[in-house]
Design a protein around this ligand. Structure first.
Ligand code: ADP
Ligand code: MN
Ligand code: MN
Ligand code: MN
Ligand code: MN
Length: 369
């Protein structure tokens, strides 16, 4: 997709120090700003809008249900456009600070049914049924930074950087691009209350990763979506575009995934490796179900990434192995040695919906569905 208009970001050129004058105006104590965030019709991007509240919300149930124009987000038709935003979790707002909040919402239609992109609803049902097994998830979100021409940030115009090798966990001006975004995003997540567990530069230059987890049950989806919102919002200020496309550059360049690390209480206990192996056996019989759930287009996006090259397994085969990054499922070396811990499902695409991924894993491994 070529951008016909802009080759540099108007946002990047704005003098941000002027804004700080206004943000330092004292905010009335009885007026807080709540930014409602939701997943749009793409199933991949987020939208957000703000309202003023005259109280400090402590739980989502205190917050008003709100609405929006679904015909402008690809979620309904113009003649019946209003959709409902139901608050599901609250985070501190790292941009507005103070008592201001970010409010993650899921979306319902006028009959109060979850819309097509509301995968949280059925995920929550599955998580409730599996709650006694205490499923934990840790997702490694890979992403790629793009310039306004939609080419990877920092790549030579009309050319390519040197081959992959020096960039993974790289340090240095010729190894990594826009570390500022990673740094700003990490602090924003910590402040907001997201259980972010780490970050690293990735194999392809301009590609990065952050990890969220371990999180129990539905919270992995909630926290990853807010972390994604924070990433797009931080990058906006730098005039850099974030893409979650699983293969942003064809050719000899790594794609982007969202490895999902998973365990139950039984797997985390001594000799839990037996439970891990049982889960892998169940996963091996549901490969298609999982591939279908692991990107927003039922495997079409992941097809470009899961080639069997570049640290992936083929989309057509299921495989598992210890410390093997060319498998669908990897048992980390330490887990094999400790005989307990977790497994890593390497198949989810970077643009997956974590509600769909965690739901599929729980239905297969915990609920035997
Ligand atoms: P990799 O070696 O694959 O790059 P990372 O260190 O990037 O692994 O990510 C590992 C992820 O596994 C982290 O998100 C972490 O929270 C998660 N994790 C660790 N222990 C568990 C567990 N018992 N259950 C589920 N997830 C876990
Ligand atoms: Mn209007
Ligand atoms: Mn990782
Ligand atoms: Mn990675
Ligand atoms: Mn991994």
């Amino acid at each position: 997709m070529a951008n016909p208009v802009l080759n540099q970001s108007p946002n990047a050129a704005i003098n941000k120090s002027i804004l700080s004058r206004y943000l330092s105006i004292p905010q009335p104590e009885d007026k807080i700003q709540a930014m409602y965030v939701w997943i749009d019709g793409s199933g991949e991007y987020v939208r957000a809008k703000t309202r003023t509240l005259d109280f400090i919300p402590k739980s989502p149930s205190e917050l008003p249900i709100w609405n929006f124009d679904g015909s402008s987000t690809g979620q309904s038709t113009g003649s019946n456009s209003d959709l409902y935003l139901y608050p599901v979790s609250i985070y501190r707002d790292p941009f507005r600070l103070g008592n201001n909040k970010l409010v993650l919402c899921d979306v319902y239609d006028h009959t109060k049914k979850p819309v097509a992109t509301n995968n949280r609803y059925s995920c929550l049902e599955a998580m409730k049924l599996a709650a006694d097994q205490h499923p934990w998830f840790g997702i490694e979100q890979e992403y790629t930074l793009l310039d306004m021409d939609y080419r990877p940030f920092g790549w030579p115009k009309g050319g390519f950087p040197g081959p992959q090798g020096p960039y993974y966990c790289g340090v240095g001006a010729d190894k990594v691009y826009a570390r500022e975004i990673e740094e700003a995003h990490y602090r924003a997540c910590l402040y907001a209350g997201v259980n972010i567990s780490g970050t690293n530069a990735e194999v392809m230059p301009a590609q990065w990763e952050f990890q969220v987890g371990p999180c129990e049950g539905i919270t992995i989806g909630d926290e990853l979506w807010i972390a994604r919102f924070l990433l797009h919002r931080v990058a906006e200020e730098f005039g850099i575009v974030v893409t979650l496309d699983p293969k942003p550059m064809p050719g000899d360049w790594n794609g982007a995934g969202a490895h999902c690390n998973f365990s139950t209480e039984a797997m985390r206990k001594p000799n839990g490796i037996i439970e891990i192996e049982k889960a892998i056996d169940k996963l091996s019989k549901q490969h298609i179900r999982h591939i279908t759930a692991y990107d927003p287009h039922e495997g079409k996006d992941n097809e470009r990434r899961l080639t069997g090259k570049h640290e992936t397994s083929s989309i057509h085969d299921f495989s598992a192995g210890v410390a093997n990054r060319g498998c669908s499922i990897r048992i980390p070396r330490t887990v094999s040695e400790d005989k307990c811990g977790y497994l890593e499902d390497r198949r989810p695409a970077s643009n997956c919906d974590p509600y769909k991924v965690s739901e599929a894993i729980v239905r297969t491994c915990c609920l035997n569905q």
